[in-house]
Design a protein. Structure first.
Lengths: 143, 143
DNA sequence: GGAGTTCCCGATGGATGTAGTCGGGAATAC
DNA sequence: GTATTCCCGACTACATCCATCGGGAACTCC
């Protein structure tokens, strides 16, 4: 798959949080985790990274939980991804410098560029809309 | 980096082999490995995969070595990549099927599509030309 | 102010994959 | 027949991924 499970879990949680953003409500780790069938103590780590990355805010204690800091339309998927998989810090540029390696390094750059273009061109809002379209389609199916 | 070292080493070797393809000559593992400063016994494994994938042919014994089966213009980078990193066979479709996961699966598909488009749109011939352009540019620099 | 709830933080462990090493065998040229 | 080259598979060291866990800090509500 194109996403690590860290990234996938984090994004899934964010879509859920995007859906309730306008209401000002919060969601708890355990809620999201059980709905999505992912380990709650693991999901917690992702939400922590997202909080440190300025994407989420948290509230402690009973009735606590997480919510988006910014509206979903202002959160780029690229931010989220780099926040979640960037914790293992180093992108090494090992630089073997024969011309053949340089050419491949250029191609690798094109690939990363293409990936980034897509991720920068997608917001949480859009993911949410796609989810809702999917739900609509499923509702149709049952009529 | 966007390529594993397996893939990178394999492609580097293929660029060298593409450069001498029209002469009908062969190159030996040890030659390529020492020029590119990569472990020869390791490179050997990649060339074996490429032979099994129908991209290279080999000749044994003294004066032996490897050569491309097809002209460089007929070898897509996508073939090479799937041959080199596809040996660990399974692309798993673990399919957690909440709508949120489905949306992400769709996005992952877009990403893979974009990657494949680039790799299918690039041939060994093109990589060779880029290398030669780079060599030209460096030659200029020394005048 | 005490109890329960929720987030917070770091340590730990197993499974898997990556990058390489190695020993010995088979074909070929000279 | 000997040296050279490719051929084949096993093995290891290390890192990274995917969690699991124990205990602490803030907060609500009674």
């Amino acid at each position: 798959m194109a996403f690590s499970s860290k990234t996938e879990y984090g994004l899934v949680a964010l879509i859920e949080l995007a859906a309730i953003y306008s209401s000002g409500a919060v969601l708890q780790v355990a809620e999201i985790a059980s709905r999505q069938s992912i380990p709650d103590r693991y999901l917690e780590q992702m939400l922590t990274s997202l909080r440190r990355g300025g994407i989420l805010r948290s509230i402690r204690g009973p009735k606590g939980g997480y919510q988006l800091v910014r509206p979903p339309a202002d959160v780029l998927v690229s931010e989220v991804v780099s926040c979640l998989e960037g914790d293992a810090a180093s992108r090494d540029a090992a630089e073997r410098s024969t011309p053949e390696f340089q050419v491949l390094h250029g191609l690798a750059g094109q690939l990363e560029r293409a990936r980034l273009d897509l991720l920068e061109g997608t917001t949480l809002q859009q993911l949410l809309e796609r989810r809702d379209a999917l739900l609509q389609a499923q509702a149709m199916y049952f009529i």
